[in-house]
Design a protein around this ligand. Structure first.
Ligand code: 4NP
Length: 162
């Protein structure tokens, strides 16, 4: 995204590596806005806090499990920049650690006000307030992350973007 595009709402999903949770969230949300025929109203992107996987496709396990649900995860990983805080309207973090890092990096109140824990929008999983990192986990952890992302993105769309 070159500059802030007027008349579009821009949403940035942030996780640690930008190869598991946030690129999946990006595509899940993209499919939601396609479903609602509102593609032209939004810019959806994702990034990571760390630089380890810059330029890489999403993790193989996430791509494989996404495919089973009809998604094609193709985002190439990139790292969060300071410009992201001015370019995006909503900055959605995956867990408490990410939210703390984002708050520490945001420079102004306006930037801090854009930061939202995506887990706040989980509706179907009791006592779950974060999207846990599946990277060091097993297939079940990836499936759970996808379940949480689909749930929270739907709810964020319904409650905030609709
Ligand atoms: P993500 O998962 O933040 O959901 O993309 C991770 C991917 C890679 C690493 C950590 C978390 N890593 O340490 O390389």
């Amino acid at each position: 995204m070159a500059d802030k595009e007027i008349n579009k709402t821009s949403i940035l999903f942030v996780c640690l590596g930008n190869i598991c949770r946030s690129p999946a969230a990006q595509e899940v949300m993209q499919q939601i806005i396609i479903f609602h025929k509102r593609v032209d109203d939004f810019i959806i992107d994702s990034c990571g806090i760390g630089a380890w996987h810059i330029g890489n496709l999403p993790d193989k396990r996430m791509r494989m499990l996404g495919k089973k649900r009809g998604y094609n995860f193709t985002h190439l990983a990139r790292q969060l920049t300071k410009e992201d805080f001015s370019k995006f309207d909503f900055i959605l973090g995956m867990d408490d650690e990410i939210i703390t890092i984002l708050y520490n990096k945001a420079k102004t109140k306006e930037e801090k006000d854009k930061i939202i824990p995506l887990g706040q929008y989980i509706t179907k999983f009791d006592k779950q307030s974060e999207i846990p990192d599946p990277y060091y986990g097993n297939e079940e952890d990836f499936v759970f992350a996808l379940d949480l992302l689909e749930d929270a993105c739907e709810e964020f769309y319904d409650k905030v973007l609709k």
